[in-house]
Design a protein around this ligand. Structure first.
Ligand code: AOF
Ligand code: ZN
Length: 352
């Protein structure tokens, strides 16, 4: 049996849970009979609902799976949470071999699921496509290991690193195909963070279930901006400002300043404290630049265009360094084409 191929399928199935399973991990599962014939597939569809293993097994009768193999990208759980332990169900279904992508980092499970299965005489094969499995659940891993929000930035620039002309003109840098990928990326995150400058300059609707605006002086309350039409909007503003009566429906949160702007560390901690697990920053160079030190991942679309203007706006605006060795460094994980543009996905190297 080709475990890597089955694990790839688990990852594919798991991804169908994007947008619905947070704060839980993305999990997919494939079950084979004792001859290696595919019996069923499953995935974790929604927070609070069945785990992937249960979803796949409950489509079958236990006699079908005796001596069979179950493949799953995350170690089966051993605890009573929203549902009973998956490990118990796997044992009950007579599965003989369990193939696992990565150990669970949730301390309640961490190794206990594997132990339970092994104690029942089940063969365990671990670490199949582990790198891919960890990449899939990078948000869950950061949440569990660091107890912190996962923070990503999305930006789109010309070849010369500009996100707009000097006067703010920016529609559109990238192609329609790249912009539709942005919608896919947004769905992977619990919320989008933007700045008052971006709201005022571009009036984006964002169309996300949770939108956050960093608006020190509450400037976005002065007009009817599209972003406020979304289901949930949270506005962070200077704690020294008096919030006047407004018809705008949003949650307003007072925040301290740090160096004249809203303290982002405060914002990120607050968002995590209210239950958000991940955010995607979509803003201009200033917010991107200030957020860089906290950022886990960057999605950078590049259009094959050159603006050629010193006064054009840059994607990361946070200092003037006179020594090239002071650059922040990144590791490029992935390059994808969205004709005619590319998407670079990169991670900070020295951030840990
Ligand atoms: C999932 N889906 O397919 C698997 C998970 O609160 P509960 O009961 O849903 O448990 C969530 C924990 O279960 C989660 O943190 C992870 O450790 C484990 N496995 N979770 O949501 C799944 N297999
Ligand atoms: Zn489970």
């Amino acid at each position: 049996m080709d475990y890597e191929k089955s694990m790839k399928r688990c990852i594919e199935l798991a991804k169908m849970g994007y947008g619905n399973v947070s704060p839980n991990p993305l999990v997919g599962c494939v079950v084979y009979d004792s001859f290696g014939n595919l019996l069923s597939e499953g995935y974790h569809k929604k927070y609070g609902q069945n785990h992937a293993e249960r979803d796949a097994l409950l489509k079958l009768e236990p006699y079908q799976t005796i001596g069979g193999t179950l493949v799953v990208n995350l170690e089966p759980c051993s605890h009573y949470g929203k549902t009973p332990p998956c490990a118990d169900l796997i044992i009950q279904y007579g599965i003989k071999r369990v193939v696992i992508g990565m150990r669970d980092v949730n301390p309640i499970v961490a190794g206990n699921g594997i132990k339970k299965l092994k104690d029942a005489g089940i063969e365990i094969i671990e670490g199949v496509l582990e790198k891919e499995c960890r990449y899939l659940n990078e948000i869950f891993i950061k949440n569990m290991l660091k107890n912190q929000l996962f923070i990503a930035i999305k930006t789109a620039s010309t070849l010369d690193g500009k996100i707009a002309a000097y006067n703010g003109s920016s529609k559109w840098i990238t192609s329609e195909c790249a912009r539709s990928e942005v919608k896919v990326i947004r769905n992977m995150y619990d919320a989008i963070i933007t700045s008052s400058s971006t709201v005022i300059a571009d009036n984006p609707s964002m169309g996300h279930k949770c939108n956050i605006i960093i608006d020190r002086n509450l400037k976005t309350l002065q007009n009817d901006y599209k972003i406020y039409k979304n289901k949930r909007v949270i506005v962070f503003y200077d704690e020294q400002i008096e919030l006047s009566e407004s018809d705008i429906c949003a949650e307003f949160v007072k925040a301290p300043l740090n160096g004249g702007t809203i303290d982002l560390e405060f914002v990120f901690n607050k968002l995590y404290a209210i239950g958000l697990k991940s955010v995607l920053i979509e803003a201009g160079g200033h917010l991107n630049g200030s957020a860089l030190e906290f950022t886990d991942k960057i999605y950078h679309f590049i259009a094959p265009k050159i603006l050629g203007d010193n006064f054009g706006l840059s994607c990361f605006n946070f200092r003037r360094a006179d020594n090239i060795n002071l650059c922040n460094r990144f590791h490029i994980e992935n390059i994808k084409t969205f004709e005619p543009d590319i998407l670079l996905t990169y991670y900070p190297i020295d951030n840990d």
